[in-house]
Design a protein around this ligand. Structure first.
Ligand code: ADP
Length: 445
């Protein structure tokens, strides 16, 4: 749709109003003229007939044959300005005008009131006094009123019609904004306009959508926070309960065998380590989330770093009958890395593979460079992560099978920390949704 500015619309409106007034003025003028000419015809005096009747009959008969009203009169005046005959005149026969008086009388009031006609062949003339066209001023007034009424009616009709493009959209905008102000972000403002109001409508709708998604996001993060606190409390409580229980047994127990004491201390130690690990990882994660500072980095050969790291795992892989395959180019690819944190993220991924898949599976670690992008792929042929966890697996405390996880010593924070570390290096980490033989984590840097 072609957009039209409000100013253009107003200009068109003013133009239409101008032409409306012009048309009304012309119409009123024409109607007025037509009406007065009809009136004039009604008061038309046939002067030839009047003079003819006067010569055949007398002045009274001649006057009566015309449309004389009671106010009309006629005087026959000779060359000396003396009245020699009258009909209905306030002046009597024998009254003599002075030249000045006659003139002033003829040209006095209304132009239409006095007519002078000479009687053929003589110097006598008739002075015809006609009452002005009936209530002429009333006719003018009538047409002024007619004009004003017509003007206002047309103006109201026009205002109603033209306001559809401005007033109705504004009303809808106001309604929409009121709804947004009371928190109703679902209703959309809808109207068809081709001017700036359309832009305003779209901006308000967009703003409402943004607020809505912002609120949803806040709600979601609030829910996540509550869930996290619940999970943390639960995860800290379990080892602490064990520590308290077994330490009390040791304190109160009588005649405990050395084996019982040893196994209780072992349980206390394992649970203590688990609680400690959880607290440490939570602390790490909080540091990443609270603090956006850039990690201290140095230029490092990433191929060399990976090769060194993997060598550390070879004996564990062989012990557990894990088939390993490293695909790392034999070249120097330098990257700015925080070596400790980066190694930690690689450790997390490899240790997860070992932890959750036990033995007898394959692990492939690949590094590729294409253009300026480095991709590290760590994949295994283990149990994999079910599809429904793919969207949330990098969130803190998300574990596929909580109870099994706890016995394996998992905190559910490893992948979250890994993701933070990779992001701090300007990279991304994803879990390949199309890989179905186990888990495939793809890091791009
Ligand atoms: P945790 O510290 O408990 O290991 P992570 O955040 O590292 O937590 O991992 C989250 C969950 O993802 C784990 O509980 C585990 O179920 C699953 N997971 C991670 N890596 C693998 C993998 N290689 N194979 C199977 N499951 C995995």
């Amino acid at each position: 749709m072609k957009s039209q500015k409000i100013s253009t619309q107003f200009f068109i409106n003013y133009l239409i109003i101008f032409f409306l007034i012009l048309t009304l003025v012309v119409t009123t003028f024409l109607l007025h003229n037509a009406y007065t000419s009809v009136l004039q015809n009604d008061f038309f005096i046939d002067i030839d007939k009047l003079i003819e009747d006067y010569s055949v009959y007398d002045l009274k008969t001649a006057a009566k044959n015309q449309n004389f009203t009671s106010e009309d009169y006629i005087e026959v005046i000779n060359e000396d300005y003396e009245i020699i005959d009258t009909y209905n005149s306030p002046k009597n026969v024998g009254f003599t005008y002075t030249h000045k008086k006659l003139n002033s009388q003829i040209y006095s009031d209304d132009y239409y009131e006095y007519y002078v006609f000479y009687i053929d062949g003589t110097d006598n003339f008739t002075l015809l006094h006609m009452s002005p066209i009936n209530s002429y001023t009333e006719v003018i007034l009538l047409f002024i009123v007619f004009f004003i009424v017509l003007f206002f009616v047309s103006l109201i009709v026009y205002a109603k019609v033209s306001s559809q493009k401005i007033v109705i959209p504004i009303k809808k905008l106001v309604n929409g904004i009121e709804k947004i102000s009371i928190g109703d972000y679902n209703s959309k403002i809808e109207f068809n306009a081709t001017n700036e109001l359309d832009i305003l409508k779209n901006s308000i709708n967009e703003m409402s959508n943004k607020i809505k998604s912002e609120i949803n996001l806040r709600q979601k993060s609030e829910d996540n926070r509550k869930k996290l606190i619940l999970n943390i409390s639960h995860d800290v409580k379990t080892p602490l309960t064990n520590i308290i229980g077994y330490s009390q047994t040791l304190l109160k127990g009588k005649n405990l065998s050395l084996d019982d004491v040893k196994s209780s201390i072992k349980i206390i130690n394992t649970n203590g380590l688990l609680a400690n690990k959880l607290i440490n990882e939570l602390f790490e994660l909080s540091k990443f989330e609270m603090n956006n500072e850039i990690l201290p980095i140095k230029s490092t050969d990433i191929c060399e770093l990976l090769r060194r790291k993997l060598i550390q795992y070879i004996s564990e892989f062989e012990d557990k009958n894990i088939n390993y395959n490293f695909n790392i180019p034999n070249e120097n690819i330098s990257l700015n890395l925080n070596v400790i944190q980066f190694e930690r993220s690689i450790d997390n991924l490899i240790q997860n593979s070992i932890k959750y898949n036990g033995s007898n599976f394959d692990i492939n670690i690949t590094l590729k460079k294409a253009m300026d992008v480095i991709t590290i792929i760590i994949e295994d042929t283990g149990i994999g992560i079910p599809k429904e966890y793919h969207n949330t697996i990098f969130e803190p405390m998300v574990r596929v099978e909580s109870s099994r996880n706890r016995t394996l010593g998992g905190t559910g924070l490893g992948l979250s920390i890994t993701k933070h570390i990779i992001q701090r290096h300007g990279g991304t980490i994803t879990l390949d949704p199309n890989y179905l033989d186990g888990c495939r984590f793809i890091i791009t840097l």
